[in-house]
Design a protein around this ligand. Structure first.
Ligand SMILES: [Zn+2]
Length: 257
C-alpha cells in the first residue's frame, strides 16, 4: 500500500508547502499567515482561488501575476515542490502513520526556518513555539494510542538538545542565538520521540556542519562579529537524522566498540 501513502502525502505536502511560502514571507515581516488571503507582492491584487493551486497555478500563469504581469518568484513553486518531496520521503520511510504525520510537517518547517534564518538571521518564535506545543501534544496522544513514538524519550530529547545548545549559546553569545536554542529544543522533542540515538546524531551532525560552516565563512573573509545563521546547519543535521539517524548511530557504535 506504499503508493496509497504517497498519493495521500504528496497533495498534503504541496498544500503545506503553500502555507510555508506564505509563512516565509509574512512571519519575518510580522504579518498574519491566516489573513489576508494571498496577494500579489507587486500590485497587491488578491489572488483568485484558481491562482493558489500549488505549482499548477504558477505554471498556468507562466510565473506572472494575472493582474499586473509582475514576475512571481520561482521560489514559490520550488518551496511547494520541496515540501511535497519531504512529505513523500517521510511517508516512504516511516511505517507508523503517527510518526509520518509528525515528521513530514516537521521536515517542511525545518526547510522554511532555514530559508528565513538565511534571509533574516532569525528563527521566529511565532513558528517555533506553536511547533513545540503541537508536536508535544501529538507525541503524548500518539504514545497513549500505542504508536511507536515515545513521549518520555521526547521529553528527554527536548531537554538534552535544548539545554545543551543553551550552554553553547551562553559560552559563545555571538555565534549561537536563542532562536537556535529553541530550534534545537524542537528537534530534540520530535526526534527524541523516535529515539535518543536520533537526537544524538542530529546534534552531532548539526554542530559538525555548523562548525565547518563557521570556518568556511571565516576563511571566505567574514568578520568574527558577522553573525552566522546556525539554523540551516541544525536543520540539515535534524533532517539527515530523521531519515538515517538509526543507521548512523549503529555505524558509529560499531566503530568505537
Ligand atoms: Zn500583480
Amino acid at each position: 500500500m506504499t503508493w496509497v501513502r504517497v498519493l495521500v502525502a504528496l497533495p498534503l505536502g504541496l498544500a503545506f508547502g503553500s502555507f510555508l511560502t506564505l509563512a516565509i514571507h509574512r512571519v519575518p515581516a510580522g504579518e498574519s499567515v491566516v489573513r489576508p488571503l494571498s496577494r500579489c507582492p507587486s500590485c497587491g491584487t488578491q489572488l483568485r482561488a484558481v491562482d493558489t493551486v500549488p505549482i499548477v497555478s504558477w505554471i498556468a500563469l507562466r510565473g506572472r501575476c494575472h493582474a499586473c504581469g509582475a514576475r512571481i518568484s520561482v521560489a514559490y513553486p520550488l518551496t511547494e515542490l520541496a515540501t511535497g518531496g519531504l512529505f513523500v520521503a517521510a511517508a516512504l520511510v516511516f511505517e507508523d502513520v503517527w510518526a509520518t504525520a509528525l515528521l513530514a510537517p516537521f521536515l517542511g518547517l525545518l526547510f522554511a526556518l532555514s530559508v528565513i534564518d538565511i534571509r533574516h538571521h532569525k528563527i521566529p518564535n511565532r513558528l517555533v513555539y506553536p511547533a513545540i506545543l503541537l508536536s508535544a501534544a501529538w507525541v503524548v496522544v500518539a504514545d497513549l494510542a500505542g504508536s511507536e513514538l515515545s513521549a518520555p524519550s521526547a521529553g528527554i530529547g527536548f531537554l538534552a538538545y535544548g539545554v545543551g545548545l543553551l550552554i553553547v549559546a551562553l559560552i559563545s553569545p555571538r555565534g549561537m542565538g536563542m532562536g537556535d536554542v529553541k530550534l534545537a529544543a524542537l528537534v530534540g522533542l520530535v526526534l527524541g520521540s523516535l529515539g535518543l540515538d536520533h537526537v544524538a546524531v542530529a546534534a552531532g551532525l548539526g554542530i559538525l556542519f555548523g562548525g565547518v560552516g563557521a570556518i568556511v565563512a571565516l576563511v571566505a573573509g567574514a568578520g568574527r562579529k558577522t553573525p552566522i545563521p546556525f539554523g540551516p546547519y541544525l536543520a540539515a543535521g535534524a533532517a539527515l537524522a530523521t531519515f538515517v539517524g538509526g543507521q548512523i548511530a549503529d555505524a558509529y557504535l560499531s566503530l568505537i566498540s
